[in-house]
Design a protein. Structure first.
Length: 66
């Protein structure tokens, strides 16, 4: 499952990727950590740092949309 690989510091699979109109990258999957940020299955990269989106999700994220 998942896209996997390529994201430094991810601890599990990535199942979805999307970029918004401002250039922010969002990933979803089954991870709990990405790039040193604790994030439950969903996170944002703003070009400088990874951040969690709220308290995250309760299950694996397989699709994202903007």
């Amino acid at each position: 499952m998942g896209i996997g690989g390529g994201i430094p510091g991810e601890d599990d699979a990535i199942g979805a990727v999307v970029v918004d109109g401002s250039g922010n990258l969002y990933i979803g999957g089954s991870f709990t950590v990405v790039g040193g940020a604790v994030a439950n299955s969903i996170a944002k990269w703003d070009g400088n740092i990874w951040t969690a989106l709220g308290s995250g999700m309760n299950d694996i994220v397989l699709a994202l949309a903007v």
